[in-house]
Design a protein around this ligand. Structure first.
Ligand SMILES: [Zn+2]
Length: 99
């Protein structure tokens, strides 16, 4: 994994330090040891409309061999999330290595 840079000073000397509570999940905070600033790193999910656990579940089901239509039905039934098949395919391409 690449070192996480401080958005303020671009230092790579950053460490995990605590959590910030969020409506959908707890976000981990990172502290920059160079300038002392705390920040939330962009983990790739920040701009997503759906919760990370839904994305992970979708990618996990695809890995197990379920079709995008089956995954879509599952997410709607058990997670209450309306996700298009195209979105699931996009997630799969983007997050396959992470999930
Ligand atoms: Zn910094």
């Amino acid at each position: 994994m690449n070192p996480i840079k401080c958005p303020k000073c671009s230092s790579k000397r950053t460490i995990w330090r605590g959590y910030r509570r969020n409506r959908s999940r707890d976000k981990r905070l990172r502290l920059c040891r160079a300038c002392g600033r705390k920040f939330t790193p962009d983990d790739g999910y920040l701009r997503m409309r759906f919760k990370p656990q839904i994305i992970r579940k979708a990618v996990g089901l695809r890995k197990k061999g379920f079709s995008s239509a089956e995954v879509r039905t599952h997410l709607q039934r058990y997670e209450g999330a309306k996700v298009s098949r195209w979105t699931i395919i996009k997630w799969e391409r983007r997050y396959r290595k992470k999930a």
